[in-house]
Design a protein around this ligand. Sequence first.
Ligand SMILES: NC(=O)c1ccc[n+]([C@@H]2O[C@H](COP(=O)([O-])OP(=O)(O)OC[C@H]3O[C@@H](n4cnc5c(N)ncnc54)[C@H](O)[C@@H]3O)[C@@H](O)[C@H]2O)c1
Length: 376
Amino acid sequence: MNSYEKRIDLVRDYLERTALDNSILDYYSGRSILVTGGAGAIGSNLIVALSILVGKSGRVIVLDNLSALKTRNPWNVTPLSNIMFVLGDVRSDIDLKRVFRENPGMVFHLAAFFANQNSIDYPETSAEVDVLGQIRLLEYSRIAGVDKFVYASSGCAIYGSYPELPLREEFISMHLTTPYQINKMTGEMYCNFYHHHYGLPIINCRFFNSYGPGEVPGQYRNVIPNFIYWAMQGRSLPITGTGEETRDFTYVLDLVQGLIKAGYYSDAVGENFNLGAGKEVRILDLVNMVNKATNNKAGINFMERRKWDTKPRLLASIEKAQRLVKYAPIVEFDEGLQRNIDWFTENWDEINLCADFPPGMSSAVRGAESICGSTK
Ligand SMILES: NC(=O)c1ccc[n+]([C@@H]2O[C@H](COP(=O)([O-])OP(=O)(O)OC[C@H]3O[C@@H](n4cnc5c(N)ncnc54)[C@H](O)[C@@H]3O)[C@@H](O)[C@H]2O)c1
């Protein structure tokens, strides 16, 4: 079985385990759906799930500029006959015309300039993609009369630094620490504007830290793919803080489940809600689990906390998503982590080619001489 067949199997198994209602299956069958950012960590899984749900008479149109993969080869897009890949940019009128000519009835907007440190280094591009690109996409969606516009918002963008846990949707902070957070929050506000003013049926899904098959490592990428990548090379893992910090790591297919349900249930329209695991994982435990699962003996390297990284703990309340869209995450962290490591093993050559760490490290350890320091 090649790595594409494995991904399809993984998604198909997951969909069977979640046992989606027949009404959801009927709703998606035969639809034409646009996914922006469909070559990315979450999008590359969502498009496989949607391809299965829409079936032969439907179509999944993917718009992605491949900036996350650092290549013009869309290797993270599973080649399925009902998936149409368009190499293009959400900021480009020409590219948007091209995908809207396919008459999508639904949009999942996942494309983004990822993420915090990237936006600090390139604040203008962050706003161009995540604000102006999104407005352009909302305009096209409104004119096309799509019946759902699902937006990938971010828990880390909405709740600021020291809110009470678990994070509930009614709490909002204006004290954001990166342009990414500001722009993702602005994205939600534009969705709300298009809903209020034009009646566009938008849904704001606030993701918590995603992990799982589909996410490449890199200078600006999330901690889990970077840890796996370094551990598989026998390098020590840098912790920027004490290791007591926690995150609500959410398996990517649980997020996909949440998106599919968000796109279906009419109670979700005009709403915002968290999609997380609803559980905390300590960074120190994560590091030890990754080192153990990859048989990495190089240990841990403690480093200074990054200035913008002001969140000691993150934990989502998922009650609202449970109530509105029957969201129910099912994958435990150790299972999801193993699936993530399996995906790295199966796709090592491609991952290695696009892993981008100038000058040999991630933003997490910028300024440090080496990630291969001593074990504390
Ligand atoms: N991964 C997380 O932990 C997380 C958490 C909260 C919110 N989110 C949001 O979820 C969405 C998906 O996240 P992800 O982890 O899959 O990110 P990702 O970077 O893996 O995927 C985003 C995709 O968008 C593409 N893209 C970037 N700029 C583009 C542009 N101008 N035009 C077209 N395509 C463009 C990238 O090439 C990439 O494939 C993003 O909107 C992100 O902000 C993610």
